[in-house]
Structures are given as C-alpha cells and as structure tokens.
Design a protein around this ligand. Structure first.
Ligand SMILES: Cc1cc2nc3c(=O)[nH]c(=O)nc-3n(C[C@H](O)[C@H](O)[C@H](O)COP(=O)(O)O)c2cc1C
Length: 205
C-alpha cells in the first residue's frame, strides 16, 4: 500500500452504529487483536486485556448495564459538559451492538505507568484493522466499573476502556457526514522566526 493509499484508507474509515446478522470468523478477530497488540506502549508494558463476547443472552445484560451507566453519566454531568454534549448532538441514544458478530471489551491495567495513552494506541490499531478487514465498529466508552468486570467474571482490577462491536454494518444505516478539519489548520510551525501558521510559513519560504 502506498503512503497515499494508506491515507485514503484512513479517510475512508467510518464509525457504524447498526449491524447485520452476518458472522465474522474468529480467525479474523484474532488478526484484529494481533493488530492491537502491535501498538507501541510505555516500556513495552502492553497494558491491555481483551474480552470477546459472542452473540447471546449476555449482550442484553451488557446493553442494560450500558444504558444505566449512560443515563447516570448524562444526569450527573456538570453544566459545561451537558452544554458541550448538547452542542455536539451527543445523546443517550444507544449503540445497537446486539446484532454485531462480536463485542470486544478492551480492558487496561491501570496500575502500570503510561497505561492510558498505550491502551488507546492499541484501540486505534484495532479500529483500523477492523476497517482493513472490511468490517465495522464504533468506539463506545460507557463508565462501567467493577460490576461489569463481575458480570464477565474478570479480575476487578481491570478497567474497561472501550466496548467495540465488530461486525458487518447494516447497509441501510443513514450516515451523517463527519468532515475533518485539514491538518494544516491544526498546525503551527515553529522555526527561528518563532511561531507561524502553515500559510505564513509557506508564504515566507
Ligand atoms: C473516545 C471516543 C468515544 C466515542 N463515543 C461514542 C459514543 O458514545 N457514541 C457514538 O455513537 N459514537 C462514539 N464515538 C464515535 C465518534 O462519534 C466518531 O468517531 C466521530 O463522530 C467521527 O466519525 P467517524 O468515526 O465516522 O469518522 C466515540 C469515539 C471516540 C474516539
């Protein structure tokens, strides 16, 4: 894949919130998790743990736990956060991961240094590999805490950072455009003259 093709691939990725019943073989999921495992991490500590949840009755229990957590999050959010969520159209609308072939819970070991950036780099690799497999996901970060660990029977010292459905998206999902701000608008260039915008730096060159 050329650099331009790689960038085009990254640009083509979209979050999908509705899924079909299509299956995804476990060997494909293994490749996705291997991609996550290649992420850089502080001192190569690899502070992530994965739990895969196939379709089944547990999905309903998880969905209900997420709904309670999301409601609590929205009800107890400070005013500035409520305003921000409203401004960005973030609602308590649920993500319907009950149909997706797999639900992946990415946990982290919070007692390790650099755990937070490391686990999120792992998640970034995972979402890009899901896209490369022509599958779909959406990052979902309900505040689940120890009851979620207990539901899954995992060590309560693990902390769930994200729930990721892995599946084939429903082709009828209505997709809102999510344009990106060009990188040059997000970039200042610091040189001997000081700080300049991209355009100022180019004009002077
Ligand atoms: C940390 C994080 C949390 C997110 N939480 C949610 C969520 O709760 N519900 C949702 O529908 N999308 C969620 N998303 C997906 C974003 O809304 C989405 O990535 C963004 O709108 C850009 O759209 P795109 O991924 O299709 O390009 C989350 C993404 C991240 C990185």
């Amino acid at each position: 894949m050329s650099p331009a093709e790689h960038l085009a691939f990254l640009k083509s990725r979209r979050s999908r919130r509705y899924y079909s019943n299509a299956d995804v073989p476990l060997r494909v999921v293994e490749r996705i998790l291997e991609a996550g495992s290649q992420a850089p991490s502080g001192a190569n500590s690899q502070p992530w743990q994965f739990v895969l949840i196939p379709r089944g009755p547990h999905r309903q229990a998880i969905q209900e736990m997420c709904a309670v957590a999301d409601l609590h999050f929205h009800e107890t959010a400070p005013k500035w956060l409520k305003d921000w969520l409203k401004h960005h159209n973030v609602s308590t609308e649920k993500i319907y991961f009950d149909k997706a072939a797999w639900l992946l819970a990415v946990f982290s070991q919070r007692d390790l240094p650099y755990w937070l950036p490391s686990v999120w780099l792992c998640i970034a690799n995972i979402i890009n590999q899901i896209e490369a497999e022509d599958l779909h996901t959406v990052v979902y970060t309900p505040t689940l805490g120890k009851p979620f660990c207990e539901l899954l029977g995992v060590d309560t010292s693990w902390s769930c950072q994200a729930l990721l459905p892995i599946g084939v998206a429903d082709p009828d999902e209505h997709m809102q455009p999510r344009p990106r701000i060009p990188a040059r608008e997000k970039t200042l260039i610091f040189d001997d003259e000081g700080i300049a915008t991209w355009e100022e730096f180019e004009a002077e060159a």
